[in-house]
Ligand binder design. Structure first.
Ligand code: FAD
Length: 520
């Protein structure tokens, strides 16, 4: 993926694309993969970096959603469990199964959650990840030695999926590119164009690096901008009512000692009625999440004090050693693109996706979840094909291997999240020992990864490398700030930038990263 080549194709003015996609999150990039692999011509533009929005800020679960089972949304759970199984087959280098334990402190919890998890197993059918079972107190503590032992009666073990969200997104972008899609980051959609009958037939884009503006023509335009989708809908219909009820979720990242072993904790009902997880991820512990209604949708939402306190207090009820503020290595916040209904709290809003077609033919897709991105894309491309009067072509993504597919990623050690690309990164390290050095003792990142990100993954900034190509910012914000200058230097060589650019990059990244630090 080369940004300059993408821009040349996008802006040459000669082609009318079958489909133009606005938004480079899971939804938009999933659509690009689906459309390109059917053989449609498709372009995608993202105003910031791929995954800068919600798609890098999830709880990192590929799951049916135990909570939706509690809400009785059986069809959503079944669809998500099927998609979970499909995704593990198509991206085994990024999706793996994980054991979850529901710790039981009340007498009724063991039978209640034990039966619930059997239903979850049953709904998964042939896409099951492993059978749930009851654990004794001893077995529960053996798997999670840091659980509060006082009053513990036992646990319920079940299996779900886990992934690295932004790495999957980048690999999906590469998959789309390999099937002929043209994707570009840092291209903002400012307006829509219409034909003489008033139908949307293109987008007006602003290349944020060069400052140039262009019109890109397309038979079908898809608004896949997640929580931002109402702004694009207003370009189409200024009077339209908002579709999105934005709500944010916060996660705290701690070191691994809070959750040693390979099992996660699932608390099915916190004091505010939500589900809370503690999950091992990249040799750290992720705690979350919250669900707080917000007014403004921004690219770098900030955690609220009460959200941080709530997660710490809930964790303290279940962990033997309660985490303190100073234990938090990073805090990250994402905005749910929940579609409005008449329901009250955002926690009760549907996680199903919605496809809306405006009078002028603009297609908006919103809601859903990461786990179901493939099915969302299939539905959306079916609609776009009808609207754009494209030849009917079947969806092929159920069995489409995602870029860097590898069935045995553990063989690549620290680089396992790169799947088959790990071999090429290792080759970079072998050819130049300077690229084999670890950038920070607290972070499992090597100089070669920054080079690889610039050359093959369209990374344009220090933030792209430290937040989404690697997960440094999400794992340890202070350590990420420490390595920013070194990453700026490495990128500058690849992107032919000067020292002023490096200084500016460090300043911009440091300002972003401060949002990931918890004040003492
Ligand atoms: C806290 C939290 C935890 C979650 N956990 C899970 C989980 O564990 N498992 C799961 O399956 N799902 C989870 N989800 C849901 C999942 O993350 C989202 O459903 C999904 O990432 C939404 O993707 P999207 O592409 O629709 O939106 P986004 O990822 O936000 O992408 C939209 C993109 O559009 C771009 N854009 C906006 N305006 C413009 C414009 N004018 N021009 C060009 N580009 C534009 C934005 O920059 C953005 O990158 C979670 C969500 C949250 C908030």
């Amino acid at each position: 993926m080369d940004r300059q080549q993408s821009l040349s194709r996008l802006f040459d003015g000669s082609s009318e694309w079958d489909i133009a996609v606005i938004g480079g999150g899971a939804t938009g990039v999933g659509i690009a993969v689906d459309a390109a692999s059917r053989g449609y011509s498709v372009c995608l533009v993202e105003q910031s970096d791929f995954g800068k929005g919600t798609s890098s800020r999830s709880t990192k679960l590929v799951h049916g959603g135990v909570r939706y089972l509690q809400q009785g949304n059986i069809s959503l759970v079944m669809e998500a469990l099927r998609e979970r199984g499909i995704l593990r087959q198509n991206a085994p280098h990024l999706v793996h199964d994980l054991a979850f334990i529901v710790p039981n402190y009340e007498w009724w919890e063991t039978p209640f959650y034990g039966i619930g998890m059997k239903v979850y197993d049953m709904l998964a059918g042939r896409y099951g990840f492993g059978h749930s079972r009851l654990l004794s107190k001893e077995e529960t503590l053996e798997r999670i030695p840091t659980l509060e032992p006082d009053g513990l009666r036992g646990g319920v073990l079940y299996y779900d999926g886990q992934f690295d969200d932004s790495r999957l997104l980048i690999n999906l972008a590469q998959t789309a590119h390999e099937h002929g899609a043209v994707l570009a980051n840092y291209v903002h959609v400012e307006n829509l164009t219409r034909d003489q009958d008033g139908f949307v037939n293109g987008i007006v884009v602003h290349d944020l690096e060069s400052g140039n503006r262009h019109t890109v023509r397309a038979k079908s335009v898809i608004n896949a901008t997640g929580a931002f989708c109402d702004a694009i809908r207003k370009l189409d219909e200024p009077e339209s009512d908002p579709m999105i009820a934005p709500s944010q979720g916060v996660h705290l990242v701690l070191d691994r000692s809070f959750l040693p072993g390979d099992s996660a904790i699932m608390v099915p009902r916190t004091s505010d009625g939500r589900v809370m997880f503690a999950i091992p991820w990249h040799e750290h512990t992720v705690l979350g999440t919250t669900d707080t209604a917000i007014k403004d949708v921004t690219l770098e939402p900030a955690p609220m004090e009460q959200e941080i306190n709530f997660i710490l207090e809930t964790a303290a009820q279940y962990l033997d050693k309660p985490p303190r503020r100073e234990d938090v290595l990073s805090v990250f916040t994402g905005i749910r693109p929940l579609v409005k209904t008449s329901a009250g709290s955002t926690a009760a809003l549907s996680r199903d996706h919605t496809i809306h077609v405006s009078k002028s033919g603009l297609l908006t897709i919103a809601g859903g979840k990461w786990t179901t991105y493939r099915k969302m894309a299939e539905d959306c491309v079916d609609h776009a094909a009808t609207l754009g009067k494209l030849d009917e072509r079947p969806c092929v993504t159920k069995t489409l291997k995602i870029h860097a597919w590898d069935a045995n990623p553990d063989q690549f050690g620290q680089l396992k999240y790169y799947g088959a690309d790990a071999l090429k990164i290792r080759a970079l390290m072998d050819a130049d020992l300077a690229l084999a050095r670890q950038l920070h003792p607290a972070l499992p990142i090597y100089a070669a990864q920054a080079i690889w990100a610039a050359r093959h993954e369209m990374a344009r900034t220090v933030d792209d490398v430290l937040a989404r190509r690697t997960r440094a910012l999400f794992l340890n914000a202070r350590a990420a700030i420490d390595v920013a200058l070194e990453v700026a230097r490495l990128l500058a060589v690849e992107l032919a930038k000067d020292e002023a650019w490096q200084r500016e990059q460090v300043n911009v990244f440091t300002a972003i990263a401060k949002n990931y630090l918890v004040p003492a």
